[in-house]
Design a protein around this ligand. Structure first.
Ligand SMILES: *Cc1c(COP(=O)(O)O)cnc(C)c1O
Length: 384
């Protein structure tokens, strides 16, 4: 696999590499695609927008069954709009929660006064289909189930195929938060039945942040007129706008879409989902293997880890002060991420974006140097 060249010259070194799960490091060519203005009602923009929507549908094997409804904003806006549009007042949503993004969907549903329940697991445990199966068997009122494919909170991967099979067997509708996996891990609508999958421009597709999108079954969306409590988050109305004249209802994020089109070209030339996923897996295993060799420990068991982001337990050594570790890595050109889980003190390193094994090895070298500078000789975690 050849990665489009990442410039490693002095000038670029001033800008740190983002070892974070979004925004992330983008290629120079993706950045360059934003260097012009687009009229939102002009044919050239309309054609570009149409192309992007169609390519996103094709990435999920969803042509003919689903439509792509993009929405301005970060990924959360698209998730909230999807719930608001698909889960009607009178429906009931079950959310599978093993991290902050699952919990956020519960909070959204409560805010919009939808009937919502949750099944909850620890942040270092996968959601479990036996519990899901009994819950759906016991409560015939549940109409929709929402699951997070990769809980970016910890990096844990949930068993999407089994969840989809269970939900389909009970004839309920599945909503997937695929934000941190779309483009890197296979999600094929012909194999994994879903009513909606939600993702965004700025994660594994390696575009810039600013647009989310939902791939929604057309036959389900057709029944959703008037469900949404919100004008701007109404994906039925958003879709109707595209059906009418292929235009956005409100000002589109034109440069974000231009960058995404370029990013989709680069995704395709890397070998699509397979190629992208292989590079991230390489990044992830080089990172995790070397960190473990240094003595760091992962929060999540190896067999449950995604190639998206890794969570490391905070070392017990009093010389290991996270803010100092962060600042020194930053001054060497690498931005990492604080922890987000509640079960343990931790920090995270992202494996996604326009980076390859070379950049990961450079980051590992910087980590080794910084540990020496800080006088940390043992990175074993705080005993629990
Ligand atoms: C990034 C992400 C989101 C959306 O977060 P934003 O900050 O709004 O872009 C939602 N779910 C998951 C799993 C994510 O990783």
């Amino acid at each position: 696999m050849t990665l489009p060249a990442v410039k490693r010259g002095e000038a670029v070194r001033d800008v740190p590499l983002l070892l974070t799960p979004g925004p992330l490091t983008t290629s120079d060519t993706v950045k360059h695609a934003m260097l012009r203005d687009w009229g939102s009602r002009d044919d050239s923009f309309i054609a570009m927008n149409r192309e992007v929507r169609e390519r996103l549908i094709d990435l999920a094997g969803a042509r003919g069954t689903h439509v792509c409804v993009p929405l301005q904003g970060s990924g959360t806006f698209a998730v909230e709009a999807t719930l608001a549009t698909l889960v009607a007042p009178g429906d009931k949503l079950l959310v599978l929660v093993n991290g902050a993004y699952g919990a956020r969907m519960v909070e959204m549903a409560r805010r919009m006064q939808r009937d919502v329940e949750q099944l909850q697991w620890r942040e270092d445990e996968q959601v479990d289909c036996h519990a899901l199966d009994s819950c759906l068997g016991a409560d015939q009122g549940i109409t929709h189930v929402a699951v997070v494919h990769c809980e970016t909170t910890s990096g844990i991967l949930n068993p999407l195929a089994q969840v989809a099979e269970t939900v389909a067997r009970h004839e309920r509708a599945l909503i997937i938060d695929a934000m941190s996996t779309f483009g890197a891990l296979e999600i094929d609508a012909r194999e994994v039945p879903f009513v909606a999958a939600v993702a965004s421009s700025g994660k594994c597709l390696e575009g810039v942040p600013g647009m989310g999108f939902a791939l929604i079954r057309r036959d389900a969306l057709e029944l959703c007129r008037g469900n949404a409590h919100s004008l701007s988050l109404d994906l039925f109305a958003q879709w109707q706008g595209f059906e009418k004249n292929e235009q956005w209802r409100f000002t589109p994020p034109t440069q974000v879409i231009a960058a995404l089109r370029q990013a989709l070209d680069e995704h395709a030339s890397e070998g699509g989902v397979k190629g992208r996923g292989a590079r991230y897996a390489r990044n992830h295993w080089v990172l995790v293997d070397e960190m473990e060799e240094m003595g760091f420990r992962c929060l999540v068991a190896r067999e449950m880890q995604s190639p998206i982001i890794a969570t490391f337990l905070m070392p017990a050594d009093p010389n290991f002060e996270f803010s100092h570790f962060y600042e020194r890595l930053r001054s060497r050109g690498f931005l990492i991420y604080p922890g987000k889980v509640t079960v343990a003190d931790s920090f995270r390193i992202g494996c996604i974006g326009h980076i390859g094994e070379t950049e990961i090895r450079d980051a590992l070298d910087a980590i080794r140097t910084v540990l020496v500078e800080l006088g940390v000789s043992n990175v074993s975690p705080i005993p629990t």
